[in-house]
Design a protein around this ligand. Structure first.
Ligand code: NAD
Length: 373
């Protein structure tokens, strides 16, 4: 009997969840493995002002390295425990160049913990420190990037980005405060929210997907769509947390493999994700009807048809003023072959639609031109 929501019609023995998951005869639940990640979440308006000192105390941090941009270091959040801040590192950079990681590690000498306040770039620098020092991280995100709930680190060097997974870089505590993300300029807020949306969408087909990560991802899409519609930082931040959590468990698939290569080429992180996402969803849609149905359901848009996830995503990105193609974001046409070559070996074997060089080239060109394949 074909399972009721098998993504790949006729896929022998493997259901929607991949890695040979088997369906319980007569039921709609696949076998699955779910590695829950540890971490304490404190969420609330004003939490960075009212709860941070107690969380520093709770982690027993007495000689902190504060990692934050000049702007975020200037928010005054450490005033209640200023005596515990031993050093401040403000030279955060997107995609954590190796030189940035080394400088942050030097600044961490003598520290017993890292407090990072900022977007994925500040969290990334904190992770680079934890990777070699094993110092605990307390994270206070100011964007919707979601890095604060993943054990994934990234470093870039000479146009190439390297990532890896290490439990030591997963922040012990995250303080989410929507008052902080409320200061994001509108275009950046939207791009960042769409970066979070990409985590949710990808979680439906990424290699370690399971019913728990998919449920979290669907709720994440719903919160992000509501937040984008209503301009509500609290909904967006909740969605970003759910998105990061789903992605951290499910892993990285075709979309992130492409974004990763583009990031190494210096493309802006959040806006690249936002532009790329509808194209990757369109590419994978024929092989993942359940994922697309869940995305469409969570987006819940009447204007483009409630069952059309790709049109729904295009409508969300268009309303946000996100470019339809990577060319508009500055990717030169003569880099497309390189993007294909670098991405192809990293694409998971169980991507919902088979990916060979020709198919990937079509996808990359369509995403570059901003047109349907
Ligand atoms: P970012 O941290 O570089 O921030 C983008 C810009 O917004 C910066 O200029 C920053 O100073 C500014 N900014 C941040 N918060 C602000 C606020 N509240 N108000 C006003 N301005 C603000 O960008 P990002 O998209 O958050 O993070 C991108 C980085 O994070 C990339 O290096 C990416 O690879 C990494 N990342 C890693 C993971 C992971 O799991 N490892 C996940 C997502 C992103």
């Amino acid at each position: 009997m074909k399972p009721p929501h098998c993504d790949r019609a006729g896929a022998a023995g493997a259901g929607a969840w991949g890695w040979g998951a088997v369906w319980w005869e007569g039921g709609g639940v696949p076998s699955f493995v779910y590695d829950a990640l540890p971490g304490r979440i404190v969420f609330g308006a004003g939490a960075a002002r009212t709860a941070l000192a107690a969380e520093v105390e709770r982690l027993g941090m007495s000689r902190l390295l504060l990692i934050a941009s000049e702007r975020d270091a200037g928010r005054g959040l450490t005033a209640p425990f200023a005596g515990r801040v031993a050093a401040v590192f403000t030279a955060v950079r997107e995609h954590v160049p190796v030189a940035t990681a080394e400088a942050a590690r030097e600044a961490a000498a003598g520290a017993d913990g890292v407090l990072c306040v900022g977007g994925g770039s500040a969290v990334g620098a904190a992770k680079a420190v934890a990777l070699t020092t094993r110092l605990p991280i307390l994270a206070v995100p100011t964007t919707y990037a979601g890095s604060e709930v993943t054990p994934v680190w990234g470093l870039s060097d000479g146009g190439v980005k390297t990532t890896g997974t290490d439990p030591a870089v997963l922040p012990r505590t995250v303080v989410y405060d929507p008052e902080l993300t409320a200061t994001l300029p509108p275009e950046l807020a939207t791009a960042s929210a769409l970066n979070a949306l990409a985590h949710c969408v990808e979680a439906f087909w990424a290699p370690r997907r399971n019913p728990v990560s998919s449920a979290v991802a669907e709720e994440g899409v719903r919160a992000l769509a509501a937040g984008l519609r209503d301009g509500d930082p609290a909904q967006l931040l909740l969605g970003a947390y759910l998105a990061g959590s789903a992605f951290a468990v499910a892993g990285s698939g075709l979309h992130h493999k492409l974004a990763h290569v583009l990031g190494g080429l210096g493309m802006p992180h959040a806006r690249t994700h936002a532009t790329l996402l509808p194209h990757v969803l369109a590419f994978n849609a024929p092989g993942s009807p359940e994922a697309t149905a869940r995305v469409a359901r969570a987006l819940g848009r009447d204007d483009v048809g409630r069952d059309d996830a790709v049109a729904g995503l295009h409508a969300v990105t268009a309303a946000a003023g996100i470019p339809r193609g990577l060319a508009e974001l500055g990717l030169a046409e003569d880099r497309l072959d390189e993007v294909v070559e670098r991405t192809l070996p990293a694409v998971p074997a169980d991507n919902p639609v088979p990916v060979d060089a020709a198919a990937l080239r079509r996808l990359v060109r369509a995403a570059w031109a901003g047109q349907a394949e």
